[in-house]
Write a new protein. Structure first.
Lengths: 355, 585
């Protein structure tokens, strides 16, 4: 078991590393030079302030040097063919961007943001302080609601078909539509003016009591959390309900009923545990979502979380932030796969025996 | 009973939420302004976006600043606009005198030494000052008056009318805060400017750079001394920035108080809300006071609602941003003005102004704003939307419509090469107005059988793609100002492949552009600008479609916004909250 655990953890780390390396190498291949974004725009009517072409080229050289972008990207690169020489591979040694990035990562440093000069780890940590409560609450609410709703649906109440149709309809709605509908319904003076318009982003006053601050946080969190919950709920509920229905057709469920157990008890005490088995992957897949945030909800409700951070980093070519974020989410993704394997092994003796 | 207990937490949470939402709140002390983006950094040497510029203008003072009430540069730290003196035909001397009242927070006076120090910081190695380095490299020498520590002269390379304004538009940093020993004084400005990139590191400069980066580049409230009217109290990145007016600010002593020295709100709060719909709701709910750059449809919707009309005031002004379509004149099919003129007839500028800006904004004949009556050439006609006229002009340009395969328009080039009129149109992907313009153009071109493919391109990739010449036609906004008319970076032939995206440039146009930049009297400048607009309309490298409006919605109880077309569109430091009448007891 210990050996298996070690192998799986090594695979997880290696996978995350490979993913981040791939993103590192690919992100530097785009048409936009991150160094150019550090200089004033020279294509506007205000471009008189952008300096002459020579001054701009000199400045670009200095920016590239300052940001370390003047080094070769990788250990080796392909030099294009010229009129006198055929194309060939050139070896750059350890003086390359990838090597430097790797070396600082081994020392636990993710580098500095190209845009703000702030350590990437600080930026990710700040974003996670907003994302984790939001996605954490949403995941808990989704799992709890799905468990309750799927059990009720599996008992075939009179509203079974209506409930299924509503869930299927909800699943068809994209997240931004759900978030906007909720916003326009519950934070709109023209409809219901119940909740604040923008997420967790309203500044709190330090002299307010704990309860006031808690109530303020809750009232700000309601709409983003409910948006995330509503969009994640249908898939979980419908699948769990289908699994429950399958289990309820099995012989052991019929035996339980024959013993005189009421249907809700048959579901809760006999069918649920078995029905949850195929759902383990679904639950563990929520782990990467926990750290990745949801860019749509974060933009609409002005929550400065991970999704927004990474989207902005991609738009502004802030490679260190982007790669740091991907490394984090990639690790969470591989950990979720590892966790799913571990849980299956724990929950299903057949898998253990096969191993 | 069991059900009641189960429902209790739900009831409690609902009650808390409702109480929280229904509790009446008094008018806030701070004026709350919406921003779509965070300023990213408050480093006065970087200024990556408009938000950063706005913040820096609250914390620091420049020698000169734009006076929104008069729409011109006015002296701020300087006592008056600089006296300009031309030396031969290659140097300009700008003589400045600082205000005697100007002081840092500790009470020390702002002196010429501080200005000298700031300029040298712009060229100090190891700092993120490359942007400032390119902008202010025209200042070659700094001379302090031996008799008066507040008087100095800037020696500028070349002669240009805009030097007087550009030379004073940067935040002044305290020498005492960063370099109390005055170690940077032993380097001249020219020595720092001419310092080669591979020069061995100097310990003094490296130490100073380290100190600067520690103090000025931090994300918390800046510790760097500024002599501006406001102090940053809180900066929650991507959430909000809160500023407090300084109790003892030197500007309060100046009489009569100029507009640029006004600091009315006690507190200013900039709230970051990326989504427009959310910002609109926040304004309606009273969670915001000022919403600048409101999208056209949101603005119209707010104006139409009786409830919001009571609570909000609506302002519009003509901005200096012009939406243009540009041709790639390096492409053989688009190299002749006749073809470009013909294609310009396919833009329905009037209809597009209505569709995208709901009629606000102004159509234009060129890159000069029509509100600038002296410089705008109103003798030129607006470009008509005329599909039949475009077809006739295309035929005159030598194009022939082919009825059979390959269908479309063809002509023989100078080298007898066969040219096909097909267009690839690029624009920024996240801009709905550009997409509308592109679709309208494609529909009009389709009527003539001209195939147009649309290439919405990611914002940060657009400019490099256009600079590489990978387009036939583009749509973008050119951001301008009413102070400086130097078209060389975007239209001169020497800027092709850099700022000149269209690749346009003729000896006549180059001469005119150079003459406009060097014109020393308003009358001469106006005459040359009229000629340039006529030349550009004849050659048509760009199709100027319309000037965008500035739209601001604000709480009705605010006054003194001074809404203008200049960025950011309002004067934050001049806003006043009108006292609301207390309800009778």
């Amino acid at each position: 078991m210990g050996k298996w655990l070690l192998i799986r953890l090594a695979q997880t780390g290696g996978g995350a590393w490979l993913l981040a390396s791939l993103v590192f190498l690919l992100s530097h291949q785009g048409p936009t030079d991150a160094a150019l974004l550090a200089l004033p725009d020279n294509t506007d009517l205000n471009a008189h302030t952008a300096g002459s072409a020579t001054e701009r080229d000199d400045a670009l050289h200095i920016v590239r040097h300052r940001l370390g972008l003047d080094l070769p990207l990788f250990y080796a690169s392909r030099v294009a063919a010229t009129t006198t020489k055929a194309a060939y591979w050139q070896w750059h040694g350890t003086s390359n961007q990838y090597h430097k990035w790797t070396a600082q990562l081994i020392h636990g440093k993710l580098g500095l943001s190209l845009r703000t000069g702030q350590p990437v780890a600080d930026r990710l940590r700040n974003a996670l302080t907003y994302t984790l409560p939001l996605t954490g609450l949403a995941i808990l609410l989704t799992i709890a609601t799905a468990l309750v709703l799927a059990q009720r649906l599996a008992a075939r109440p009179w509203w079974h078909r209506l409930g299924q149709s509503m869930l299927a309809g909800l699943q068809a709605l994209p997240l931004f539509i759900v978030a906007l509908i909720l916003l326009l319904m519950f934070a709109n003076p023209a409809v219901l003016n119940w909740l604040p318009a923008y997420g967790l982003s309203q500044p709190l006053k330090s002299n307010e009591s704990f309860w006031t601050q808690a109530a303020s946080f809750l009232s700000h969190a309601v709409l983003p959390v409910v948006s995330l919950t509503l969009t994640a709920l249908p898939a979980l509920t419908l699948q769990l309900e289908a699994a429950l229905e399958q289990e309820l057709r099995m012989g052991y469920a019929t035996t339980a009923r024959a013993k005189g157990l009421a249907e809700p008890r048959v579901i809760r005490q006999h069918a649920l545990r078995n029905a949850l088995l195929p759902m383990l992957t679904q639950f563990t897949e929520l782990l990467p979502a926990l750290v990745a945030g949801a860019v749509v909800v974060e933009v609409i409700f002005a929550v400065p979380g991970m999704g927004r951070l990474l989207a902005e980093a991609a738009a502004t070519r802030d490679y260190p932030v982007l790669i740091g974020g991907i490394l984090l989410i990639g690790t969470a993704r591989f950990l979720s796969l590892f966790l799913a394997d571990a849980l299956y092994s724990w929950a299903d003796p057949r898998i253990r025996w096969q191993q | 009973m069991k059900h009641y207990f189960r429902a209790l937490p739900l009831v409690a949470i609902t009650a808390i939420l409702l109480l929280n939402s229904c509790s009446s709140t008094p008018p806030p002390a701070a004026v709350r302004i919406r921003w779509a983006h965070d300023p990213e950094t408050l480093d006065p040497l970087i200024l990556p976006n408009q938000q950063a510029i706005d913040v820096i203008n609250l914390i620091y003072c420049s020698l000169l600043q734009v006076d929104f009430s008069r729409r011109e540069f006015s002296p701020l730290l300087a006592e008056a606009m600089p006296a300009v003196q031309h030396l031969g035909d290659s140097l300009t001397l700008l003589h400045y005198q600082l205000r005697p009242a100007a002081a840092w927070d500790g009470g020390q006076p702002v002196l010429a030494r501080d200005v000298d120090f700031t300029l040298k910081l712009m060229f100090c190695p190891g700092l993120p000052n490359e942007g400032a380095r390119t902008q202010y490299s025209f200042i070659r020498e700094f001379r302090i008056d031996a008799a008066d520590p507040r008087r100095f002269t800037l020696v500028c390379r070349g002669q240009a009318p805009e030097y007087a304004q550009a030379s004073g538009d940067f935040p002044i940093i305290s020498e005492a805060a960063l370099d109390p020993q005055g170690q940077l004084r032993r380097f001249s400005l020219a020595a720092l400017q001419n310092r080669a990139a591979d020069t061995p590191a100097d310990s003094t400069l490296a130490g100073l750079a380290r100190r600067y980066l520690t103090i000025a580049s931090g994300q918390g409230p800046t510790q760097l001394a500024g002599c501006g009217p406001y102090q940053l109290m809180t900066w929650e990145k991507d959430r909000f920035l809160r500023f407090q007016r300084k109790a003892q600010w030197w500007g309060n002593q100046v009489r009569p108080l100029p507009f640029v020295l006004q600091a009315r709100p006690k507190q200013l709060e900039f709230v970051i809300i990326p989504d427009d719909a959310t910002a609109t709701l926040a304004l309606q709910r009273g969670e915001l006071d000022v919403y600048p750059q409101v999208p056209a449809r949101e603005f119209a919707r707010l104006q139409q609602s009786a409830a919001t009309r009571k609570a909000l005031a609506f302002y519009t002004a003509a901005s200096y941003d012009v939406v243009t379509a540009g041709f790639n004149t390096r492409r053989p099919a688009l190299a002749d003005p006749a073809t470009r003129r013909a294609l310009s007839y396919l833009f329905d500028a009037g209809g597009l102004l209505k569709a995208t800006q709901l009629g606000q904004g102004r159509r234009t004949v060129g890159l000069i704003n029509p509100t600038d009556r002296a410089n705008y050439n109103n003798s030129l006609p607006l470009i008509p939307y005329d599909v039949a006229g475009a077809a006739a002009l295309l035929r005159r340009a030598g194009w022939q419509q082919q009825p059979s395969s390959p269908a479309g328009w063809q002509r023989r080039g100078r080298n007898d090469d066969l040219q096909q009129l097909t267009l690839r149109l690029r624009y920024r992907a996240d801009e709905a107005a550009f997409e509308t313009i592109a679709l309208q153009f494609r529909a009009a071109a389709a009527q003539l059988g001209i195939p147009v493919t649309l290439h919405p391109t990611e914002s940060s990739a657009l400019t490099p793609t256009l600079q590489s010449g990978d387009f036939d036609l583009y749509i973008r906004t050119l951001k301008g100002n009413p102070f400086i008319f130097n078209f060389a970076p975007i239209l001169h032939s020497q800027a092709v492949g850099k700022g000149n995206l269209t690749g346009y440039g003729t000896p006549t146009s180059d001469q005119l552009i150079e003459a406009v930049a060097a014109a020393d009297t308003p009358a001469r400048k106006a005459k040359l600008l009229h000629q340039l607009q006529a030349q550009l309309q004849a050659d048509m490298p760009l199709v100027p479609l319309f000037f965008l409006p500035t739209r601001i919605a604000a709480d009705r109880h605010l006054s003194g916004l001074h809404v203008t077309g200049l960025k950011p569109g309002y004067a934050a430091a001049a806003i006043d909250r009108v006292a609301q009448p207390q309800p009778a007891l």
